[in-house]
Design a protein around this ligand. Structure first.
Ligand code: MTE
Length: 331
């Protein structure tokens, strides 16, 4: 039976009687923040942690746990997409252009040994073996919405750390304005490299300040395990406020440049896929609207489409990066 708190006079349990000390301390901290007016975001983070505690571990690959992220906005409260859907409905054109192709074909990918080379305009260029890269910073778990330019979306619990951790280590020079991500192009192991659908290797890029934003995640896992091959093993990017194609998979090079990188999709169809590619319901793709989205797993004849949110719902966190920019010109 809960013991009434004498101090407040209200009939509610004294937290110290029923909860472990660490949890109790955290709740006190929450109450302090609440009093300071900062509770909205903190409460959301709290609920996000509960959501993470319930992430079903698929038990298929090596476990990769992470502590719930404290980065503002990193823990979406939406219902998670099932692991089955997230790992079988993919875009990874190196393995084929059908959504089922990556899960079917990516078993040929070899993720060990794996090296990521950091080069270009940095004081400390270098090569990182995947194990060292993984251990460079503590792993965090984050729940991000991923909105694909094709009009569908998912909610996925990722494991990784802010790319900024790596960027600070390599010390970009003052002349570095952009970061380019080059991904693996291995003809022997990637069956679709013979096709001309894209100019391989798949290359993506961010402005340096976008790359430094704490929400930009260097991801090694999802659902508490290492990434399945089809989701970009052993290391990929996740940029939650941009269309999914900015989130490059199976990265082998991170290059700091002065010029805006020539990305694979801009090269393929500049009028359809801009360099920025921020999720923006007001800027339609030339061939379809971007105002709504279909959540994978909620299909069915009567499933209602969702309204797409500006910056995929991360406007409070990232809107400032684009202050003064015309986002119809820089789409
Ligand atoms: N990375 C590489 N190397 N090749 C790709 O074809 N597709 C992109 C992105 N990263 C792609 C890639 C696109 S279009 C999307 S929507 C996301 O990966 C999909 O990520 P997911 O399959 O994990 O949902």
């Amino acid at each position: 039976m809960p013991i009434p708190s004498r101090r407040s006079g209200f009939l509610h349990p004294v937290a110290s009687e029923i909860t472990p000390r660490a949890v109790y301390e955290e709740r006190r901290q929450l109450l302090r923040l609440w009093a300071a007016g900062a509770a909205g975001a903190t409460l959301a983070a709290w609920a996000g942690r509960d959501a993470l505690a319930q992430v079903p571990r698929p038990g298929k690959l090596t476990a990769l746990p992470g502590a719930p992220s404290a980065v503002a906005g990193a823990l979406s409260l939406e219902k998670l997409t099932s692991y089955q859907d997230a790992s079988t409905y993919n875009n990874f054109y190196e393995f084929g252009t059908d959504k089922a192709d990556p899960a079917r074909n990516a078993h040929t990918l070899r993720t060990h040994p794996w090296t990521v080379e950091v080069e270009g305009l940095v004081k400390k260029p270098g090569k990182y073996g995947i194990e060292d890269l993984l251990k460079l910073s503590a792993q965090e778990e984050r729940i991000y919405r991923l909105r694909c330019v094709e009009g569908w979306s998912m909610v996925i619990p990722w494991v990784g750390y802010s790319l900024s951790e790596l960027i600070r280590r390599v010390e970009p020079l003052g002349s570095a304005k952009y970061v380019e991500f080059v991904t693996l192009a291995d003809r022997a192991r990637m069956p679709n490299l013979g096709s001309r659908v894209l100019d391989w290797p798949y290359v993506e890029g961010l402005r340096l300040d976008e790359a430094l934003h704490p929400l930009t995640l260097l991801a090694f896992g999802m659902y508490g395990e290492v990434l399945p091959h089809q989701n970009g093993a052993p290391v990929r990017l996740v940029v939650p406020w941009k269309y999914g194609f900015k989130s490059a998979k199976s990265i082998v090079k991170i290059r700091f440049t002065e010029q805006q990188p020539a990305t694979a999709w801009v090269k393929a169809a500049q009028q359809e896929y801009g360099f920025y590619s921020n999720v923006n319901p007001q800027v339609d793709h030339p061939r379809w609207s971007q105002a709504t989205e279909r959540r994978i797993g909620e299909d069915g004849l009567f499933a209602k489409k969702r309204k797409t949110l500006m910056f995929n719902g991360y406007e409070a966190q990232v809107g400032q990066l684009y202050a003064g920019m015309d986002l119809k010109t820089f789409y």
